[in-house]
Design a protein around this ligand. Structure first.
Ligand SMILES: [Zn+2]
Length: 589
């Protein structure tokens, strides 16, 4: 396998790349002031909210929140893994990617797992061709060879050691992905036996797990791969890759319960069905579906369990739904599932049912109204109370305003008052103690980090106290680590720094702060002085905190309660600058 790509090459490449050039080759951009704009390639929209900053070498969409560097854009847009995106970017500039000898690329850790699952999938596909019983089963369910092929449906033969025997070299990778199960007595056996196998693929089309359905009677009817390094159930959905392959423009996506429903609908030409891989559809899953379409129809059985699952989906939709997006709820007649219904009625009738799905707002209020009698004052108060956590969790949007409006009509209360009460509650819960000081603190720290990302050269010009590295105050450690990384690697641009940070736990925070604009710090000179002020303020604040800690110890235990180092520090702080006046904190935010 190819060796590691030297970090220095990646740094140079990223520094050389022009994000405007890279994106413009794929999505035509129009200049608007200092930035470039286009309709976002990651969500459907009619007016552009996708911006590319030449100065920051960063893209950001105000509609869906997509953001990143040139390399990140290639990973998202071309659906590439990191290493492939580096190759692609290098090819754009006619550069050859060097490889270090003998060192395994860290990013390739998961490659053996992908390889093992791809190979297992191939074996299952071959086995299907050889099993008349399995083919007979699929035919009896009405599936054509074409659909089986498109959805990579295979067959795991009976017996305990099919994979064990056929892939002896990959035993470790198969165990790690849950394809093999460890015996108590030692040794391993196949998890999937005598089952129709549905390959679960990620957005890039790689197999990350399987769902297996039993052919005859038996339990469990469905068996899924367990969570593994490639497969996170709350994040992945079944069929999204296939739906995207079949539809250039996804007008809507219907969420159903099982694999069989997805493929049966596809067999009838409804190629935009997906299944969530657990009982409830999570917020993360809903977000990733909304990245592919503006319109989700959740389809459930009409029974008690179906209603309950639908309500959970609604609860998970409210915090992520944005203006322009819609969600509907379709409840099937008793005893039917999408598979049986589409067979009975045909695809047009099924599509008509989706057109007539209950809107999110109707489902929301119908459901709540069953629990309160709004002819009474108490009932109306209860309705307002039940809505509070649901609507309070929503992002600011016209849609939310409209829901409040409807609630106001139903409760005969003022909608502004209702919103204010909810908003108040939310703030209280999120941050119990918002004081002026903490606002200043967070803005000084945020500004310092944002400016260092924008001007990496500050790392060598303005020193960050070494004590920040171990400091528990939020953001201090991050600032110090960033500064150290810049000095050690000689990085000169934010995108290069960000690529260094990709595998760090706080990558998301850093990539958000890259976009943070420090008002008033437009030119280099001002930026530098705001940075210096922010670091000074942080230093003072640190000393202040530290002094208070030591002072408390002295007060409760006397000076003998301090260690020799602490005593020295205490005296140094006593003779140093006094406690910081919070009003001198930089005001920029
Ligand atoms: Zn977008």
């Amino acid at each position: 396998m190819a060796g590691r790509i030297p970090q220095a090459f990646i740094d140079d490449l990223v520094a050389r790349a022009d994000i405007v050039e890279i994106i413009n080759a794929r999505v035509p951009l129009k200049r608007k002031g200092k930035e470039y704009m286009a309709c976002c390639p990651f969500h459907n929209e009619k007016t552009p909210s996708f911006t590319v900053s030449e100065a920051k070498q960063f893209y950001h969409c105000f509609g869906c929140g997509a953001h990143g560097t040139a390399l990140g854009f290639l990973m998202e847009y071309d659906r590439l893994e990191f290493v492939d995106a580096v190759e692609e970017l290098a090819a754009f500039y006619n550069l050859e990617v060097p490889r270090e000898q003998g060192v395994q690329q860290k990013r390739d850790d998961k490659q053996p797992l992908f390889d093992a699952l791809a190979q297992a999938n191939q074996l299952y596909l071959q086995q299907l061709k050889q099993s008349e019983r399995a083919i007979g089963y699929l035919k009896q369910r009405g599936l054509s060879g074409d659909i089986a092929q498109r959805y990579q449906i295979g067959y795991a033969p009976s017996g305990w050691d099919f994979l064990v025997r056929h892939m002896p070299q990959q035993s470790a990778a198969l165990s790690q992905t849950g394809m093999l199960v460890k015996k108590d007595s030692g040794g391993v056996y196949d998890r999937f036996r005598d089952r129709i196998m549905f390959a679960i693929r990620n957005r890039r089309g790689k197999v990350i797990g399987f769902g297996g359905r039993i052919l005859d009677q038996g339990e469990p009817k469905y068996l899924n791969s367990p969570e593994n390094p490639l497969f996170h159930k709350g994040l992945e959905v079944y069929g999204l890759y296939e739906a995207k392959q079949a539809n250039r423009d996804l007008q809507r996506i219907v969420v159903v319960e099982g694999y069989m429903d997805v493929v049966a609908l596809a067999q009838f030409g409804i190629t935009y069905a997906i299944a969530s891989l657990g009982t409830a559809t999570t917020g993360e899953q809903i977000q990733s579906i909304f990245r592919a379409t503006q319109n989700i129809v959740f389809c459930y059985d009409g029974d008690q369990a179906g209603r309950k699952a639908a309500w959970r989906a609604l609860q998970n939709t409210l915090p992520v739904i944005r203006d322009g997006q819609q969600a509907g709820f379709l409840f099937l007649p008793d005893g039917e599932d999408p598979d049986s219904l589409v067979r009975k009625e045909g695809s047009e009738a099924f599509a008509a049912r989706m057109d007539g799905a209950t809107s999110l707002s109707d489902f929301l209020f119908d459901h709540l109204l069953q629990q309160c009698d709004i002819d009474t004052l108490e009932g109306r108060a209860r309705l307002a109370e039940l809505c509070k956590p649901l609507l309070g969790n929503m992002p600011d949007s016209l849609f939310r305003d409209m829901l409040y409006q409807k609630l106001a009509t139903l409760t005969r209360l003022d909608s502004h008052k209702l919103q204010a009460v909810s908003a108040h509650k939310q703030t209280n819960r999120a941050a119990p103690k918002i004081t002026r000081t903490s606002t200043h603190k967070s803005s000084a720290i945020r500004n310092a980090i944002a400016l260092l990302l924008q001007y990496p050269q500050f790392a060598s010009e303005i020193e960050i106290p070494a004590v920040f590295l171990q400091c528990e105050l939020q953001g201090y450690g991050l600032l110090a680590r960033l500064s150290r990384t810049i000095r050690q690697s000689g990085i000169t641009s934010a995108p290069a720094l960000l690529e260094h940070w990709r595998s760090e736990a706080d990558f998301d925070i850093v990539s958000k702060l890259v976009q943070h604009t420090v008002h008033g710090a437009d030119d280099l000179q001002t930026a530098k002085s705001v940075f210096r002020d922010s670091v000074d303020w942080m230093t003072k604040h640190y000393r202040d905190q530290r002094f208070e800690q030591l002072q408390n110890k002295v007060e409760s235990r006397g000076k003998s309660g301090l260690s020799a180092e602490e005593l020295q520090e205490y005296h140094a702080l006593l003779s140093g600058p006094g406690p910081v006046d919070t009003d001198t904190a930089p005001q920029n935010s």
